[in-house]
Design a protein around this ligand. Sequence first.
Ligand SMILES: C[S@@+](CC[C@H](N)C(=O)[O-])C[C@H]1O[C@@H](n2cnc3c(N)ncnc32)[C@H](O)[C@@H]1O
Length: 258
Amino acid sequence: MSSFSEANRKAFNDLSEAYNSKPWQRKLSSQVADALQDRKNWIGVQWATTDDKRDVRLLDYACGTGAITKALGPYVTTIQGIDISEKMVEEYNKAALSSGLQHDQANAVVGDLFAEKIPEHLTGPRFQNFDIAVIGLGFHHFEDPALAVNRLVERLKPNGVIVIVDFLPFDQERKREAELRAQNPRADFPEMSHTIKHNGFERDGMEKLFTDAGLEDFGWNVLDEQAVMELPKGTVHRTIFVAKGKPTDALGTFKTVG
Ligand SMILES: C[S@@+](CC[C@H](N)C(=O)[O-])C[C@H]1O[C@@H](n2cnc3c(N)ncnc32)[C@H](O)[C@@H]1O
């Protein structure tokens, strides 16, 4: 595991128990959930319905405590969570069990799909052939976004879709943080600076990442309501986007309107 991934593992282990404890955290999770549910048709998956028996498979990558699983759980049949933090995985599995889901319906495992060598335990059939792979607020924590998109696309069915929910650039916030540190070198901002490689993403950059990974049918939506985060350094406002794409060879079979 790279030192950057290791920093993420440790930081999210420390955060896991308190991850959804504050009102602003719960509000952020519900903004993300609403954003996905409101865009179900736009996302373009053939979602599960009560009267068909298809297995509709969701990969909740960087699943944390399971916000994406909760949002999309009612519309799929099998969910696999993966997260680098073992404590997040523990919280995810506790929440899944207590909401009545069986292990084979939804469970999370510890893992890093972006490691130089993909771990053996992430290679079985349970980790392939997803109808949809979603990364909820994890993308700015990844060291190499291009590698991340490629590795996730490999896990999709031919007509699968990848969805990334993340933030527009928040460089100003990071500049302000650097200024505060310069003014007071002993100030402690325990939040997550050292776990963030990219201060958010623009539409063009995301589209290029998707296109370079062989995805088409790029879709991009920006949420009207900003996220308000009460971090130790102060209150910050970030803008959330939803991006989606499909492997090129899927378009003949299931074209959506972007
Ligand atoms: C901000 S949290 C988002 C959690 C959840 N998806 C949500 O929407 O609440 C980011 C998550 O990314 C995970 N993470 C960071 N780097 C990762 C990697 N390389 N592979 C898997 N998970 C990773 C962290 O452990 C953390 O749980």
